[in-house]
Design a protein around this ligand. Structure first.
Ligand code: PHE
Length: 342
C-alpha cells in the first residue's frame, strides 16, 4: 500500500511537470500515461491487491489520479493543436473571409429621412398601437359610425365588443397624443397601417405612413404650406415644385392634397405622372374644430394643421419601385440594392 501511494505521488509530480512543444509530445504523453500499457492502467491494475476494507478509499484516490492525468492531457492537446496550426497552416497575409453585411430596408431608409427632416423643424416622434379601438381610429377623428367617409378606408375589424380593429391610418396616434398632451403639440407619427385591399402592384393590405400634427395658437394654412414645402425641398431637391389641390377629409377643414412635380420626367409628362407632370404625395389640412374639441382643446384659442403621407409612395418616387409587393417579399436581390446612411 505504502509503495503504491508513493508511486502515485511520483507519477503525479512527473505529470504536473510535463510540457509539450508540439502534437508529437502530447501524443507521447498519452501513450506513456493513458495508453493501454500506460502507467494509469498499470496502477489501476493494482486494485486487486488492495485489501477489501481499503478498496473504497483507494478507489476514490485512483479515480482522482486518473482525472488529474486526463485533464493534463486535454490541456496539452489544446496548446499543441493551436501551436501546430500557427506554424503549419495559417498565412497571416491572406485576406479574411468576408462577413456579409445586411442593408436597411428601403422603407426604413425613407422613413428615417422623413423623420429626420421633421425633427429638424422641431417635431417629436410619437408612436401608438397597431390594434386600435373605433374611437381613436375613427370616432375622435370626426368619423362617427355611419359616416360615409369610412368607406375611404376599408377596415379589418377584429371584434365588435370590445371593439378592436387594425388601424387604417396613423391619425389614431394623433388622437392619442391630443388625449394626453396640451398644446403646443408638434409631433410626427410614423407607423404601419392596414386596409382591406386586394394585393396587387398598386395596393397592399398593409403599408406605412408618416402623419404630422401641429397645434398651437395662431397656426395658419400658410404654416402648413411652408412646412410641407420645406419638406419637399429637403426630400426631393431644390428644383421640385409643389401644388395644393382642394380635397376632403373629415378630420380637416379646409383640406388639401399636395402634388409635387414629377421626378421621373421633370414635369414634361410620363407614365408615372399619367402625363400630367404632377404626382400626389400627401393629404393635409387644418385640424377640424370638432377634432380639437373631442380632446377638450379650445378651438377658439388654438388652431392646427395635420398631414399624412405614404412611405411606399415616397419610396416609389425616390427609388422607382413600381410594384408594392416587392417591399414585403423579402427577396434579397431586391433588398440589397438599397444602401443608406440612416
Ligand atoms: N389620415 C389620412 C389618410 O390616411 C391622411 C391625412 C392625415 C389627411 C392628416 C389629412 C390630414 O388618408
Amino acid at each position: 500500500m505504502e509503495v503504491l501511494l508513493q508511486q502515485i505521488e511520483t507519477i503525479k509530480q512527473e505529470v504536473a511537470a510535463f510540457s509539450a512543444n508540439n502534437a508529437d509530445d502530447a501524443e507521447a504523453f498519452r501513450i506513456k500515461y493513458l495508453g493501454t500499457k500506460g502507467l494509469v492502467k498499470h496502477i489501476m491494475g493494482e486494485m486487486k491487491n488492495v485489501p477489501n476494507e481499503k478498496k473504497k478509499e483507494f478507489g476514490l484516490l485512483l479515480n482522482e489520479f486518473k482525472q488529474f492525468v486526463e485533464s493534463k492531457y486535454e490541456t496539452l492537446k489544446e496548446l499543441t493543436v493551436d501551436n501546430g496550426q500557427l506554424t503549419a497552416n495559417i498565412d497571416f497575409s491572406l485576406p479574411g473571409s468576408p462577413v456579409p453585411v445586411g442593408t436597411r430596408h428601403p422603407l426604413s431608409i425613407v422613413r428615417n429621412q422623413i423623420v429626420s427632416i421633421f425633427k429638424r423643424l422641431g417635431f417629436a416622434v410619437a408612436e401608438g398601437p397597431e390594434i386600435e379601438d373605433d374611437w381613436h381610429n375613427f370616432g375622435a377623428m370626426n368619423l362617427p359610425e355611419d359616416h360615409p367617409a369610412r368607406d375611404m378606408q376599408d377596415t379589418f375589424y377584429i371584434s365588435k365588443n370590445p371593439d378592436w380593429l387594425l388601424r387604417t391610418h396613423t391619425s389614431s396616434v394623433q388622437a392619442r397624443v391630443m388625449e394626453n398632451q396640451k398644446p403646443p403639440i408638434r409631433v410626427i407619427c410614423p407607423g404601419r397601417v392596414y386596409r382591406n385591399e386586394t394585393i396587387s402592384a398598386r395596393a397592399h393590405c398593409f403599408f406605412h405612413q408618416v402623419e404630422g400634427l401641429y397645434v398651437d395658437e395662431n397656426v395658419s394654412f400658410a404654416d402648413l404650406k411652408q412646412t410641407l414645402y420645406f419638406f419637399v425641398q429637403e426630400m426631393f431637391g431644390k428644383d421640385t415644385k409643389v401644388r395644393f389641390r382642394p380635397s376632403y377629409f373629415p378630420f380637416t377643414e379646409p383640406s388639401a392634397e399636395m402634388d409635387i412635380s414629377c421626378l421621373i420626367c421633370g414635369g414634361s409628362g410620363c407614365n408615372v405622372c399619367k402625363h400630367t407632370g404632377w404626382v400626389e404625395i400627401l393629404g393635409s389640412g387644418m385640424v377640424h374644430p370638432k377634432v380639437l374639441e373631442n380632446f377638450s382643446i379650445d378651438a377658439n384659442k388654438y388652431t392646427g394643421f395635420a398631414f399624412g403621407m405614404g412611405v411606399e409612395r415616397i419610396c416609389q418616387l425616390k427609388y422607382r419601385v413600381n410594384d408594392l409587393r416587392l417591399y414585403s417579399q423579402n427577396d434579397v436581390r431586391f433588398l440589397k440594392q438599397f444602401t443608406g446612411a440612416l
